[in-house]
Design a protein around this ligand. Structure first.
Ligand SMILES: Nc1nc2c(ncn2[C@@H]2O[C@H](COP(=O)(O)OP(=O)(O)O)[C@@H](O)[C@H]2O)c(=O)[nH]1
Ligand SMILES: [Mg+2]
Length: 268
């Protein structure tokens, strides 16, 4: 069907109104954009959005529970997750965060969830959680028996997981106008308290380790100006009788991570 000139004439007046509306809206949006970040956030009613990635069993849920001051639920319900977990950290003034925990359980749901956080939802930053090969092995649904994996296998799995996730982060960063940040959270340090520095080094850019090389590759792809990268040790546990780490030490690391998130998000 072709548009006749008369049809166009009837359309023009109404699109004229639309154009006027769009101009007003445009002015409002321009005003919003030039207002301080915090005011914009208030008007949009949103906290910075943080994607939390990492393979199953590394400790994503528990870390986010700590950051949002949720009581962690142990047991069957807490083991693995097939759906995106959403948690909000409420803080004084507007210094809160929204966390989207990407399920790590099976490839199909995971890739879909990675798409969701890196394409559909505008995340401001990413916490990628690693555990120095101490991820808790999970049984595949429907099987019985205790799952077992060596630390070497778990480290290899972390590296493979990081390969996939870092590509997603790179493609998100290149499409963004504003910089995004990445914190590599090296968790479960209560399990290797004497090797924290070496472990942080292993996960750091410029370290020459297999993981560090992939962080370097990500930086090269994304461009240094568009992606800030931090590597921080943390522990979601500590203080109980068998723990090699005091509760105070573990709390201090979680607090340091929260402080860094606030700095990276422009809260402070
Ligand atoms: N020792 C120790 N165990 C942890 C820590 N964080 C999580 N875990 C345990 O590791 C397992 C997996 O944690 P979870 O948060 O469910 O991992 P997710 O699959 O990445 O969400 C659980 O049994 C947790 O209790 C930690 O910092 N130290
Ligand atoms: Mg989980």
């Amino acid at each position: 069907m072709s548009h006749t000139p008369s049809r166009f004439r009837t359309i023009i007046p109404s699109s004229g109104h639309t154009a006027l509306g769009a101009t007003l809206l445009g002015g409002l949006l321009t005003g919003l954009a030039s207002a301080p970040e915090r005011v914009g956030r208030l008007l949009r009613g949103r906290f910075p959005m943080v994607a939390v990635t990492g393979m199953t069993g590394v400790g994503k849920s528990q870390l986010v529970d700590r950051l949002t001051r949720h009581a962690s639920s142990e047991g069957a319900a807490a083991v693995g997750s097939a759906v995106m977990e959403r948690r909000t950290r409420h803080s004084a003034r507007l210094h809160g965060f929204r966390f989207l925990v990407v399920p790590g359980d099976n490839a199909a749901t995971r890739l879909g969830a990675l798409d969701e956080v890196f394409n559909d939802e505008p995340v401001d930053g990413v916490i990628h959680v690693v555990a120095n090969g101490y991820a808790t092995p999970r049984r595949t649904a429907g099987t019985t028996g205790v799952a077992a994996a060596t630390r070497e296998e778990q480290l290899a799995a972390e590296l493979e997981d990081w390969t996939i996730t870092s590509h997603r982060i790179a493609s998100m960063a290149v499409r963004r106008h504003k910089p995004v940040w990445l914190v590599i959270a090296v968790t479960k340090t209560d399990l290797y308290p004497d090797y924290v520095d070496e472990t942080v080094q292993y996960y750091s850019p410029g370290s020459g380790s297999p993981f560090g090389d992939k962080v370097d590759a990500l930086r090269a792809l994304a461009g240094g100006a568009k992606l800030y990268i931090d590597v921080l040790p943390v522990s979601s546990q500590g203080g109980d009788r068998r723990s090699a780490m005091t509760a105070k030490h573990a709390n201090a690391m979680v607090d340091a991570l929260a402080t860094r998130l606030a700095q990276l998000s422009g809260h402070v």
